[in-house]
Design a protein around this ligand. Structure first.
Ligand code: TNX
Length: 498
């Protein structure tokens, strides 16, 4: 009975909000011990496996994956209405089956994410729970507002182990995030093995903010495993190597990357803007080409993020010169450049992606790029930087862009925010998490939740449902799900937690 009562409301508790929900009060579906995950579309293999990974431990059911469609279970099928597009899905609840239809793997992942939220919160538990595993009757048709819903993690200021990164990837996947941006280098650390430049990790990956020592980097095999893990959750990894500033770790590793030919000392503080690669030396571009080449070869996704922010120690003319050399290198290795928005002043290439991180609502260079046809990724720091403190009492985080309570994070329209950058010029929304003050998974979770779910809502839900009063209870309904998973979320008093 309580299971049914709980399920009856889960249709109103989805984050992000789907495009269309038609409730069917005459029907409920209950997953039984003999249920099967019925994979009727080739594109649904990984989504079927993900669903099994989530539901087997909590239900204690065997949930075999079959290709036959018969009997109680979850059906993942092809043949969705073309209007769901490349990422959408339809979900129909019948008494014996929940049928998810999609035309792509991505669509199936997104349908699976919705189904998880329609089940009771305890479906997310890692240990066996008692049912019933009921889903309310409904027909849902859904597709995203934007093609890019992203999250970024800075593993440079503080290093996080592969398991910690996977934990965060699993958490963001539940909200239909489809890009995970890994900030892999900065002044304090170089975090990915580059075989042709081994000192980058040997020296540059040996410490972090605060001075802890260790092998604080990923081998290429570990990175490949992270990329594969993200893919198994429907997420594409975007690697970032920040340049020409934020490069002290590289400059500490190799003397030749400095104009004066002298290695820099390792840096474990939190200042920005003091480092720069040597723009006039040819070896700088050999170094960059080697990095782009090795990283591109182990990154199946189409994007490479070149940073480009806060190059305060690089004269403007040098910055332009530098980008004119680097952007063709990224292209040469088959990737599309993403960069913090400063870099867009150096190119008229409309295929590259400026990521806006400012705190103003006007930026002439970004507006001009949008005018030319570039699509802008929106990460305004005073809205969606997950490392900003919620209020003045928040112990973790920074406040340079302001205090960002949950309602502030929600209270902006990505498609009508930057002047000259309208809905059609927005590629999507990314929520970056910088880690100068964050050391543990609990720290990550406290800053990311609930605001990561806010970013997901802004990136996916139709603009027409944007309303704090209806969003806040849906967000509050995530509380029990996060509790079951042990996610250390910030229980903002603005949200009516369930
Ligand atoms: C600005 S945002 C930075 C980062 C810091 C962050 C802290 C951006 C592109 N650069 O280097 O970590 O602020 O909030």
């Amino acid at each position: 009975m309580t299971g049914t009562a709980e399920a009856a409301t889960s249709l109103q508790e989805l984050v992000p909000q789907p495009v269309q929900i038609q409730p069917r009060t005459d029907i409920t579906f209950t997953l039984t011990a003999s249920a099967k995950i019925q994979q009727a579309a080739d594109t649904a293999k990984q989504p079927a496996e993900l669903l099994a990974t989530i539901l087997r431990p909590s239900t204690g059911f065997a949930l075999p994956i079959t290709t036959e469609v018969a009997g109680n279970g979850i059906v993942l099928a092809a043949g969705a209405d073309p209007k769901v597009g490349p990422e959408g899905y339809q979900l129909d609840v019948t008494p014996q089956q929940v049928v998810i239809r999609a035309n792509t793997t991505q669509g199936h992942f997104n349908g699976v994410a919705t189904l998880r939220q329609l089940l009771p919160a305890k479906a997310e538990a890692k240990t066996k729970q008692t049912g019933p595993w009921t889903v309310p009757g409904a027909s849902i048709l859904d597709h995203p507002r934007y093609q890019h819903r992203g999250a970024m993690l800075d593993v440079s200021r503080h290093f996080f182990t592969p398991d910690q990164v996977k934990r965060y990837i699993d958490q963001i996947a539940a909200f239909k995030i489809n890009y995970f941006h890994l900030h892999l280098s900065d002044d304090q650390g170089w975090r990915l093995e580059i075989k042709s430049w081994p000192e980058l990790t040997k020296i540059g990956g040996s410490t972090e903010v605060g001075g802890r020592k260790g092998n604080l980097f990923y081998t290429q095999d570990q990175y490949k495993d992270l990329v594969a893990h993200a893919a198994s959750r429907g997420i594409t990894v975007i690697p970032e190597f920040d340049m020409p500033g934020h490069t002290n770790a590289a400059q500490a590793s190799y003397a030749e990357l400095n104009c004066d030919g002298k290695k820099r000392p390792l840096y474990t503080g939190t200042d920005v803007g003091f480092s720069s690669l040597c723009i006039s030396k040819e070896i700088t571009y050999k170094f960059i080409e080697d990095v782009v080449k090795e990283v591109s070869a182990i990154t199946p996704g189409p994007y490479f993020h070149i940073g480009g922010d806060e190059a305060l120690s690089t004269p403007d003319a040098d910055y332009v010169k530098f980008m004119n050399r680097v952007l063709p290198i990224v292209k040469k290795y088959g990737k599309t450049t993403v960069g913090w928005h400063e870099f867009i002043k150096t190119t008229k290439d409309t295929a590259v992606i400026p990521q806006f991180w400012g705190t103003t609502r006007t930026d002439a260079n970004v507006a001009a790029a949008a005018q030319r046809g570039n699509k802008v990724l929106m990460s305004p720091a005073n809205r969606i930087y997950l490392d900003m403190k919620y209020n003045k009492n928040t112990k973790l985080g920074l406040d340079w862009a302001g205090l960002v309570e949950v309602k502030d994070a929600y209270g902006w329209n990505p498609g009508a925010y930057l002047s000259g950058v309208g809905e059609a010029s927005v590629r999507g929304v990314e929520a970056p998490l910088w880690t100068e003050t964050l050391k543990t998974s609990a720290d990550i979770e406290y800053m990311a939740f609930p605001r990561l779910a806010v970013a997901a809502e802004l990136g996916w839900a139709p603009a027409s449902v944007h309303n704090w009063d209806t969003f806040a209870p849906r967000l509050g309904a995530q509380g029990p799900r996060w509790k079951v998973q042990g996610i250390n979320y910030y229980a903002s008093t603005q949200v009516p937690w369930k």
